[in-house]
Design a protein around this ligand. Structure first.
Ligand code: TRP
Length: 335
């Protein structure tokens, strides 16, 4: 039997996931769970890097369950993928501390997501924790010695920090860690329903994986299309139009999509028909997801068991890595 390579990836629990997440990373995660040994973490500590108020901490716990429901409903199989909450395996913090000696403040200052987050959240002075966000992520990835990290494009710079830390550690103390690769979804970022460059919950332009059929219908009807096309008989370009982008991503009937595009280009189809067919395609795509969600939502104890089992599986793996790191460094282990 060949040993499967490992994947570790995860998300901060900040709210329900949407179609953009599906296209960006969830589809990859579902696909890879047979080929790899997959670890999927709910990044609870990372969620604390933005807001520390008690209400926020408590709300994050609630979002954790929602996130796990999203995972399970898209087809992540808890028998194949180990799902756990980051803070349930606190030995990762020890690795984070050791790693924090191996990277410099200027290096972390240059990570592009830091400035983006500070701008977006009006943070004037970053905490030590926020600055160290990628170091904690490196500890997540490396405490299970993962080889591959499927993430969205925005996370590539964090995986780069991880690689540098692994390299530095191995150079100083001997080979303990693999240098993991990022696996970035090859599909273009999904546009928002308003035509903006990115689907995002905070922009209010997202279709959630948990939206019911009626909500999907309403959102698609209100979707942005080419504003210069005031009549259906005006030829227009399907490129850059989110309605067609979603057709490409979610409508398995390629002949139908090509026909709609051809008629759109020649002014022979109205937006209403294109949208109606999209509503059908999206609801067909979401239906099995809704069915699985209902199954797990009705069994809250099962979710608790999945998370407890996940943490129980990761703890010894993490501890073994921390021990190996301490041994390699000559730090000793105490008794
Ligand atoms: N930073 C990731 C995000 O916001 C979440 C995350 C935390 C993560 N630890 C990770 C992703 C380890 C991949 C691997 O999406």
């Amino acid at each position: 039997m060949t040993v499967k390579k490992r994947i570790l990836t995860g998300d901060r629990p900040t709210g329900p996931l949407h179609l953009g997440h599906y296209v960006g990373t969830l589809a990859n995660r579902v696909r890879l769970q047979d080929e790899y040994e997959v670890f999927l973490l709910v990044a609870y500590y990372h969620a604390l890097t933005r807001h520390v108020e008690k209400e926020h901490v408590v709300a994050t716990r609630g979002f954790t369950r929602e996130l796990v429901l999203d995972y399970l409903s898209v087809g992540i199989d808890p028998d194949k993928t180990t799902i756990y909450v980051q803070s349930d395996v606190p030995s990762v913090c020890e690795l984070h501390l050791l790693f924090s000696m191996l990277t410099t403040v200027p290096r972390l200052d240059r990570v592009p997501t830091l400035k983006e987050v500070m701008d977006a959240e009006n943070i004037e002075q970053e905490t030590y924790g926020l600055l160290g966000y990628p170091v904690l992520q490196a500890a997540d990835i490396l405490h299970v010695r993962a080889h591959l990290v499927p993430v969205g494009k925005d996370q590539a710079s964090h995986v780069e920090v991880t690689r540098e830390i692994a390299r530095r550690f191995n150079f100083l103390y001997g080979d303990v860690f693999p240098e993991p690769d990022a696996l970035i979804g090859d599909v273009p970022t999904l546009l928002g329903t308003d035509g903006k460059a990115k689907m995002s919950k905070s922009l209010g332009n997202a279709i959630m994986l948990s939206d019911d059929a009626k909500t999907v219908e309403q959102k698609v009807r209100a979707m942005y299309t080419d504003p210069t096309r005031i009549r259906a008989d005006i030829p227009a370009n399907p490129e850059g139009n989110p309605v067609f982008q979603y057709h490409d991503a979610f409508n398995p009937n390629k002949a139908e999509v090509e026909d709609l595009k051809a008629r759109y280009r020649t002014g022979k189809v109205g937006d209403v028909e294109v949208k109606k067919k999209l509503i059908v395609a999206l609801n067909n795509f979401l239906e099995p997801i809704r069915t699985r969600r209902a199954y797990y939502a009705a069994r809250p104890n099962l979710i608790d068991e999945i998370l407890a089992g996940g943490a129980a599986k990761v703890r010894p793996i993490s501890q073994e890595t921390v021990n190996a790191a301490r041994d390699a460094m000559g730090l000793g282990r105490g008794q």
